[in-house]
Design a protein around this ligand. Structure first.
Ligand SMILES: [Fe+2]
Ligand SMILES: [Fe+2]
Length: 269
């Protein structure tokens, strides 16, 4: 059994700081891990309110380079000097979202967190699917092979045409069947297929985190449900960038419980 404590999310189940971001503490047989760090301001106060010593969070997994997942790294590094960081290549590139009719919005890892990354006691680059500790797997970059419409107005510059496919994105898979997602820009079908190919022995029962379906088309939601229905899922715990409409759609069409993830919640799975 593993324990998952949602530390930062866009919503809170109790009186915690909220921000657009995600961070979660995993306690499993291989020890304690921090998965993502939120945007910055909420991490340390929320850890303190939840009774989790920041000093116990030496191992940090970063799901991708967006500021709302990496911004808290600087604050953590200030109190935990010996960090071990696990991230896929390309995390620190400049990146932007550009929505029609709006100014570009920079999403790059903040400079102070970049510095913390450079100063980490240990940095493990995860370039392929890998077991980093017994029964703790990181997907590394997730190939987009399923034809799933991952969408997203993401670019590598403020005005240039080069799209950002978030090739640095990874998810965390525990051998007892829980998949932890940051934003899932690579698409949940692609991610689950990647896990199935690389860890066929692991039956995924629970998905926890953000699925980035905020602007998903009805067709994409339909295809996602069709895929998820074929799995023997026990529950989904979805928050951050999943989007209320997608969560309601899943609740209406999937046979397993679909819960809203909020900071302060603890799941033992
Ligand atoms: Fe995010
Ligand atoms: Fe993101």
């Amino acid at each position: 059994m593993s324990k998952f404590t949602i530390v930062v999310d866009n919503l809170t189940a109790r009186d915690l700081a909220v921000e657009h971001g995600f961070a979660l503490v995993v306690d499993c047989a291989s020890g304690r891990f921090l998965f993502d760090t939120g945007a910055g301001a909420a991490l340390l106060p929320n850890l303190s309110a939840l009774g989790i010593a920041a000093g116990s969070l030496r191992r940090v997994i970063l799901s991708h380079g967006h500021f709302d997942h990496t911004g808290g790294l600087a604050a953590l590094a200030a109190v935990v000097p010996e960090l071990e960081i696990y991230a896929a290549p390309g995390l620190t590139c400049r990146r932007y979202s550009r929505h029609p009719g709006q100014e570009p919005h920079e999403l790059t890892i903040p400079a102070a967190s970049r510095q913390a990354l450079d100063n980490a006691a240990k940095f493990q680059e995860i370039s392929t699917f890998r077991e980093i500790f017994p029964q703790v797997f990181l997907t590394g970059p997730i190939p987009r092979l399923s034809g799933e419409d991952c969408g997203g107005p993401f670019f590598l510059s403020e005005s240039g045409p080069e799209q950002d496919f978030l090739s640095d994105e990874q998810a965390l898979l525990l051998g007892d069947g829980t998949l932890v997602q940051g934003c899932c820009h690579s698409g949940i079908i692609n991610t689950l297929e990647h896990c199935r190919r690389n860890a066929p022995q692991t039956k995924i029962r629970t998905i926890i985190g953000g699925l980035h379906l905020l602007h998903a088309s009805p067709e994409r939601l339909r295809q996602t449900v069709k895929y998820l229905q074929k799995l023997d899922l026990q529950q989904l715990i979805l928050g951050h960038c999943t989007g209320a409409a997608a969560i309601e759609y899943f609740q209406a069409h999937l046979h397993c419980p679909v819960r809203l993830a909020r900071s302060g919640e603890i799941y033992e799975l």
